[in-house]
Design a protein around this ligand. Sequence first.
Ligand SMILES: Cc1cc2nc3c(=O)[nH]c(=O)nc-3n(C[C@H](O)[C@H](O)[C@H](O)COP(=O)(O)O)c2cc1C
Length: 192
Amino acid sequence: MLMVNRMDNNFEILAFAGSLRKDSYNKALVKAAAGLARGEVTIDIFDLDGIPMYNQDLENDVPARVKEFKKSIRDADALLIAIPEYNRSLPGVLKNAIDWASRPYGDNSFDDKPVATFGATGGSIGTAVAQYHFREIAAFLNMHPLEKPQMFVTDAHKKIEDGKIVDGETEKRIAEVVEALVKWGKRINRGK
Ligand SMILES: Cc1cc2nc3c(=O)[nH]c(=O)nc-3n(C[C@H](O)[C@H](O)[C@H](O)COP(=O)(O)O)c2cc1C
């Protein structure tokens, strides 16, 4: 499909977290990132709540929430995904949402999308393993992951309280990830 350059300078990021938990640390990262958006950059948050379990029988009549998710991804200039780590991989909630948006065959909403990831855990490896697993999926779906800065938030309970970042270094790092994603996304999208 031929993509047309946007006529305006706006850069729209779609952000989501792979957690449904109300007090999710990863939702807090996404919310903090959205709060940093200024000027030409907007960051919209999509909540994965309401996306049903993937069932190929439903592909001919895709659930409304999945349609919404696919459209939001397609309309975005770049994606920002907060990845919790479950058993050294992605949570099923996130993998399920990715599977839906990659389908039906030939309609992969992630195709050619710039993407950055970050993640938070109470543990000490900071979601690094889950984020690296994501990169294998991203390669297959032809996304374009930002390489640096990487962001692995360890001991999240000390840095995030009541859904807010209370650690200056973490706040600074979020801003750096967003800034780098905007630059990266513009580079990737320039040729479209
Ligand atoms: C099923 C399950 C498996 C988990 N496995 C890991 C893990 O492999 N590595 C890790 O650092 N934390 C692990 N955790 C802890 C989560 O990272 C922690 O619960 C985190 O707060 C989840 O993200 P959220 O706050 O955004 O919901 C696991 C938690 C659950 C519920």
